[in-house]
Ligand binder design. Structure first.
Ligand code: ADP
Ligand code: ADP
Ligand code: ZN
Length: 218
């Protein structure tokens, strides 16, 4: 099964992609994570991308498409993947279609997480991540069970993204509406779009997605 999780910044794409990854044995492919890793590694592309990401703008289609094309060809993607944060433009969506056709693959579904704008700002403002294993948390909605300690790996170091501030978030949201939201129509017309209520609690959103996916498998 090959999936896309689509939604505005802070909608819960990463959170749900990780849950699906664990439940169905698919590989999560987050372009945001890949670009941040490239920035940490100090590669030329990574450093260029970091500047753009810190402003909340979109990295160029060419760069992102090349990264995804390379990743999807890896053997661990054979049994299926979940794209999280890609595609973000119509050009990226068209490139993905071409890439999948070339590899005799197809998209099973595009899961849209529907979340109100005010909730997005709240989610992003409280977001933090375990520095060791990347598990995502939230100051109010998903605290570690033991304060200051990661549920998954026991790590005690956490990070907040530099682009998760109120000003940049508005720019990211605007870019979403301008460049990414047309993908909803694109995938609706391909009969791939499955919209779920992203305002529900994390576990309830996960349940709704699992329901959608089991109906796909018939
Ligand atoms: P995205 O990948 O779409 O940017 P994340 O999965 O990182 O979003 O979620 C953004 C923040 O909101 C995180 O801190 C996460 O813990 C929290 N979150 C995710 N889903 C929900 C939900 N259904 N209800 C409340 N908070 C959520
Ligand atoms: P969010 O959690 O806000 O959805 P991501 O981690 O997916 O954020 O992405 C963070 C940043 O990385 C984006 O604001 C953008 O600058 C860059 N980025 C990630 N994926 C893409 C993409 N498919 N196309 C262009 N830029 C991207
Ligand atoms: Zn951890």
């Amino acid at each position: 099964m090959n999936l896309i999780v689509l939604g505005p910044p802070g909608a819960g794409k990463g959170t749900q992609a990780k849950i699906i990854e664990d439940a169905l044995g698919l590989v999560q492919l987050s372009t945001g994570d890949m670009l941040r890793a490239a920035a940490r590694a100090g590669t030329e592309i990574g450093l260029q991308a970091k500047e753009i990401m810190d402003r909340g703008d979109l990295v160029s289609d060419d760069i992102v498409i090349a990264i995804v094309a390379d990743r999807i060809r890896q053997p661990d993607c054979k049994n299926g993947f979940i794209l999280d944060g890609f595609p973000r433009t119509l050009q990226q969506a068209a490139a993905l279609d071409q890439l999948l056709t070339e590899q005799n693959k197809s998209l099973s579904a595009v899961i849209e997480l529907k979340v109100e704008d005010a909730a997005l700002i709240e989610r992003i403002s409280g977001r933090f991540t375990c520095s060791d294993c990347g598990e995502g948390y939230h100051d109010s909605f998903k605290k570690p069970r033991i304060d200051g300690q990661c549920d998954k790996c026991g790590g005690t170091e956490f990070t907040r993204r530099p682009d998760d501030n109120a000003e940049t978030v508005r720019n990211r949201l605007m870019n979403y509406y301008r460049d990414t939201s047309p993908l909803l129509g694109y995938y609706f017309c391909q009969n791939k779009l499955k919209s779920v209520d992203g305002m529900a609690a994390i576990d309830d959103v996960a349940k709704e997605i699992k329901g959608v996916l089991s109906s796909l498998r018939g």
